[in-house]
Design a protein around this ligand. Structure first.
Ligand code: G3P
Length: 216
């Protein structure tokens, strides 16, 4: 399972790239707004210059024609830009049109297996089931990821599953076990994934033992 960063914070992307573990980035209007920027294009161009893998940028309208025009424009911002389109009737139509133009779509706000199936048939390159938001309303978000992975596998559908709306490191473990191609994780979760108290204790013990002989 590949790791993407779910952020619009350029410094976080830089650190993820230096760690050598981040192969893509996903953004959305809320994440860009959180950074206090209204220049989505500038943010995406900067991120795309750091990360060579897919960088998702989300359309900012629900109007079908406007969505299509915006998606085409956003796809021109960088060669690795992927366009996030919500799974609605208009969104599927836009996804199908973009797929015919070889513009990669990340079908977003996916909350059901039916939505994922339709997104794949429309030609989406990626689908993003929102695990945490399903958990929030008492559903099993990761069960949806597992179902989508299984059905895509059974029917040879090439759309890649991005486990999104990840809230904690255990989500990453279960997403990997469920066979998700990618987990897109907040920076805080990426840092948590690195840590283990036994690693810290082990380092401290090794260095303390070394000091015993180094002082002699
Ligand atoms: O990229 C979209 C998704 O990951 C959003 O997560 O935490 O706002 O539910 P969250």
């Amino acid at each position: 399972m590949r790791i993407f960063l779910d952020t619009a914070n350029v410094e976080q992307v830089r650190h993820g790239a230096r760690l050598g573990v981040v192969s893509g980035v996903t953004t959305n209007p809320s994440l860009v707004s959180k950074e206090g920027s209204s220049d989505y294009k500038a943010v995406i161009k900067e991120i795309c210059a750091i990360i060579s893998g897919p960088v998702s940028v989300e359309v900012l309208t629900t109007d079908k024609e406007a969505m299509l025009a915006q998606a085409r424009e956003m796809a021109g911002w960088a060669t690795n830009a992927v366009i996030k389109i919500p799974i609605t009737a208009d969104g599927l139509e836009v996804t199908a049109a973009l797929a015919k133009e070889s513009i990669k779509v990340n079908a977003t706000l996916c909350f059901s297996l039916n939505q994922a199936l339709l997104a794949a048939h429309a030609g989406a390159a990626y689908v993003s089931p929102f695990v945490g938001r399903l958990d929030d309303i008492g559903h099993d978000g990761m069960a949806l990821v597992a179902d989508i992975v299984a059905v895509y596998r059974d029917y040879d559908l090439p759309t890649e599953v991005i486990a999104a709306s990840i809230r904690h490191p255990l989500h990453c473990v279960t997403a990997a076990k469920a066979g998700a191609a990618i987990a897109t994780v907040p920076y805080s979760v990426l840092l948590q994934m690195i840590q283990h108290p036994l690693t810290d204790i082990g380092i401290a013990r090794f260095l303390a033992d070394w000091q015993k002989v180094a002082k002699k």
